[in-house]
Design a protein. Structure first.
Length: 186
């Protein structure tokens, strides 16, 4: 999956993020590790923690908010179980044709989500840009993606707010407060 897609969506929504690429997340507390195809920070406290870390030792970094898995063949390990044990809030799974967005529930299991909590886009919208759109000219692809995001930005923002509203009052207040701090640069 092209990391430009996630970065361009976040840029269009004016959301800060930190891309972590193909990071191998080794966690002694769960005695396991996993290498995400792509991973990102969105939450302000994780962005701050990433900035304050001088070392490249991944053990000192917080776990990602979003992990992306390109699953072209069945996995021999329990990837969802490892991500859940790490507390990764959202996982995107792409099989070469379809994309599934899964959100970590209070029971520690992933459930399919209608849209990304962080970016407000639906799985079919993301898959379109990975499968249906012509990617032979990356600059032209990026220009078409940018135009689509400009035209549909309000719709994506409304979906993000709807996703927050479905998370319950306490979570809703926390998320809205976090977003207000992000936009103020705090």
């Amino acid at each position: 999956m092209d990391s430009l897609l996630v970065v361009e969506i976040a840029r269009s929504l004016k959301l800060p993020l930190k891309g972590l690429g193909e990071t191998t997340w080794k966690r002694s507390e769960i005695q396991r590790g996993i290498e995400a195809d792509q991973s990102y920070y969105f939450r302000p406290e994780k962005l701050t923690a990433a900035r304050s870390r001088g070392a490249n030792d991944v053990a000192s970094f917080p776990n990602p908010d979003l992990a992306i898995e390109v699953d072209l063949s069945p996995s021999l390990i329990d990837r969802p179980g490892i991500y859940a044990a790490m507390g990764v809030a959202e996982v995107w799974r792409f099989d070469g044709e379809t994309l599934t967005i899964e959100r970590l529930g209070p029971d520690g299991r992933y459930e399919p989500a209608a849209a990304s909590t962080f970016l407000g886009v639906r799985p079919d919208e993301i898959a379109r840009w990975l499968v249906a759109e012509d990617t032979t000219d990356e600059i032209a692809w990026l220009e078409r993606l940018s135009a689509w995001l400009r035209n549909d930005l309000c719709l994506a923002q409304e979906r993000m707010e709807e996703a927050v509203m479905n998370e319950g009052p306490a979570r809703r207040i926390l998320v809205l407060w976090d977003r207000s701090q992000q936009f103020r640069g705090l």
